[in-house]
Each structure stands twice: as structure tokens, then as C-alpha cells.
Design a protein around this ligand. Structure first.
Ligand SMILES: Nc1ncnc2c1ncn2[C@@H]1O[C@H](COP(=O)(O)OP(=O)(O)OP(=O)(O)O)[C@@H](O)[C@H]1O
Ligand SMILES: [Mg+2]
Length: 307
């Protein structure tokens, strides 16, 4: 759906985005993660046609529309990192204003405004002044506004910044909801764990470069250098340790009285086969579980610990 190829942005001698290539598949909820100054906003603004790239291309779907063209802008709904100031404008009028910018009919705007305000849980605020809404409500209003022209791709730049925990949960629920409706969504954040629960895939960016991108589980495994597995047994431990040491791709990390911790660098299938062999060898297996990788430490490791 979204193809970014060799994107570069220079500010004088400084390279804010350095030869970045990325593909976000259709229907994906994609998390764009990186510490402050990584180049997330710069990349997003280029994709949305608000900033000119120094090099590279951006394509959405199979259209050949140029970045920044009307056609391209129609395909994107953009929620910026800054809401802006809207003096004396009611929620309803705010939606009207954006709808007419896209040349929509007022009857369509009115109908969609009702539907979208309901979706973002702001129906009762329709007659309120925008400036009187809370930060979380403004963010949700911004999402509703970005969806007015039914874009193929919704891009949100740090939608959670400045939100309290409850508002974050509400935002997450809203995005999950949109995801289940089939929207392709890109969301940026500098907090990996915030994205890991809801995103299908992530891209990690640091100092203008994309360090890694892909399905969350694959990235975690790649960074961890293998799966940490706890094996509990009710039978004698020694034969189990001996068996593990002979297994390909298995390293024994520690041995306790009835628990053994191993690192397995094979596939999920290889792990299943290992369990089968243990049972065949009459090991009395009472527990076998894989540790969840620590996402924050992975992020620190990949971004050089400077966050
Ligand atoms: N107009 C500009 N002129 C010069 N440098 C800029 C300009 N805009 C951004 N930069 C630099 O480009 C780099 C990337 O900035 P960007 O805002 O894209 O980062 P970010 O990943 O969005 O960070 P944050 O998490 O803080 O929002 C930063 O070092 C920033 O100082
Ligand atoms: Mg930013």
C-alpha cells in the first residue's frame, strides 16, 4: 500500500532522513518508532506532501500520483503531532471546514460528521467550541477529521503525546477499531511498548536511518538472537541437560533443581519437535514456556541506548 524508496531529506549538510526504504502492506497497522530527532516527523511530512524530499520516491497503492499532488493527498488522512488553534470554531464547524476543503457536498459532510463523531465518541460535543475540548478529545476529533474524505491510508504522528493513561487507552481502542475495519494505519511513537501490543509490524528508525522493519515477533526474535525457554521437569535433570547439549541450535543457559533455561535459535517447528523428543525420551515435562522479549531493552539496544 505505502512504498517509500530511498527517501532522503537534507537540511544543508545535515541528513534528517537517510536513504529510507519501507513498505507498509494494505490493511496493516504499522508502528514507526524512534527516539527524538530520529526523522519520523520529517518522513511523515514528506509522505503527506507537506515537505519536499531531497531524493527518493513515495508511492501509494498502484497509482502513479506524485507526492504532494491532490490525488495523493486524497488517499491520505494525516493527524499531525500538533493540533493547532481554532478560535471560535465549533466541532461541527471544524468538520464542515475540512469537508469543504476536500470539495465534499454539505449533505455528505453532515452525515459523515455524525458517523465519525460517534466513532470517536464525541457525539455529545458536536456543538462545543473546539478550544474547550480536552487534549484527548482534540486528538480524537483530529482522527475524525482525517477520516472525512475516506482516505486509504491514515497516518498519525505521535497521537499519544500529552495524553493521560485513560486517553491513551481510548486512542488505542479507536485505532484497533479502525484497523479491524480494514484501514491501513501508520502511527509514530518514541515508545516501542506503546505500539507493540496493537501493531502488526514496526519500523525502528534512528538518526535518519531505518534500522529494522518487519513483523513484531520476527524483529524481537532477531534481536534476541534466539528464544529463551524455561523447561520444568519432575524427572531427573541430568539426562535432560545431556540431551539438550546434543540438540542443534540449543544452548543451555542455566540449570536449577527442576528447571532449565535454554536459548533456542531454531524455528517454532524445531521447538515443537524438541518437545516431542523429550516426551519420547520419557522426560516428565511439567512446564515449558517461552520468555516474552523485553521490548524496551531491544529498542535501547537497536538505537544505541540513546533515547
Ligand atoms: N526545518 C529544519 N531545519 C533543520 N533541521 C531540521 C528541520 N526539521 C527537522 N530537522 C532536524 O531533523 C531531525 C529529525 O527531526 P524529526 O522532527 O523528523 O524527528 P522525530 O523523529 O519526529 O523526533 P520527535 O520524536 O522528537 O518528534 C532532527 O535532528 C531535527 O533537528
Ligand atoms: Mg516527531
Amino acid at each position: 500500500m505505502l512504498y517509500i524508496n530511498n527517501l532522503t531529506k537534507n537540511y544543508g549538510k545535515f541528513t534528517a532522513v537517510d536513504n529510507l526504504s519501507l513498505h507498509v502492506p494494505e490493511g496493516d497497522l504499522f508502528g514507526f518508532v524512534g527516539p527524538n530527532g530520529a526523522g519520523k516527523t520529517t518522513t511523515i511530512r514528506i509522505v503527506c506532501g507537506l515537505l519536499k524530499a531531497s531524493g527518493g520516491t513515495v508511492q501509494i497503492g498502484d497509482t502513479k500520483a506524485a507526492v504532494g499532488s491532490k490525488e495523493m493527498k486524497r488517499m491520505i488522512g494525516y493527524v499531525p503531532d500538533f493540533f493547532g488553534v481554532y478560535d471560535n470554531l465549533k466541532v461541527k464547524e471544524y468538520m464542515d471546514m475540512y469537508g469543504s476543503m476536500y470539495g465534499m457536498l454539505s449533505s455528505d459532510i453532515a452525515k459523515l460528521t455524525d458517523d465519525l463523531l460517534e466513532l470517536v465518541n464525541l457525539t455529545d460535543k458536536k456543538e462545543f467550541y473546539v478550544d474547550t475540548l480536552s487534549r484527548g478529545m482534540k486528538q480524537r476529533l483530529c482522527v475524525a477529521r482525517a477520516l472525512l474524505h475516506n482516505p486509504k491510508l491514515l497516518i498519525l504522528d505521535e497521537p499519544n503525546s500529552g495524553l493521560d493513561p485513560r486517553a491513551r487507552v481510548e486512542m488505542k481502542e479507536l485505532l484497533k477499531n479502525l484497523h479491524s475495519m480494514g484501514k491501513t494505519i501508520v502511527i509514530s511513537s518514541h515508545i516501542l511498548s506503546e505500539l507493540s501490543e496493537m501493531c502488526d509490524s514496526i519500523g525502528i528508525m534512528n538518526k535518519g536511518k531505518l534500522i529494522t522493519a518487519g513483523r513484531i515477533e520476527n524483529i524481537m526474535q532477531q534481536a534476541a538472537g534466539g528464544k529463551k525457554i524455561h523447561v520444568r521437569v519432575a524427572s531427573e535433570m541430568e539426562p535432560v541437560v545431556r540431551m539438550m547439549k546434543e540438540e542443534a541450535g540449543v544452548v543451555v543457559d542455566s540449570v536449577r533443581e527442576n528447571e532449565l533455561i535454554i536459548t533456542h535459535s531454531g524455528t517454532e517447528e524445531a521447538v515443537c519437535e524438541l518437545i516431542g523428543r523429550m516426551i519420547q525420551n520419557k522426560v516428565l515435562l511439567t512446564g515449558f514456556y517461552q520468555e516474552e522479549g523485553n521490548l524496551e531493552s531491544l529498542f535501547m539496544q537497536l538505537t544505541g541506548g540513546k533515547n
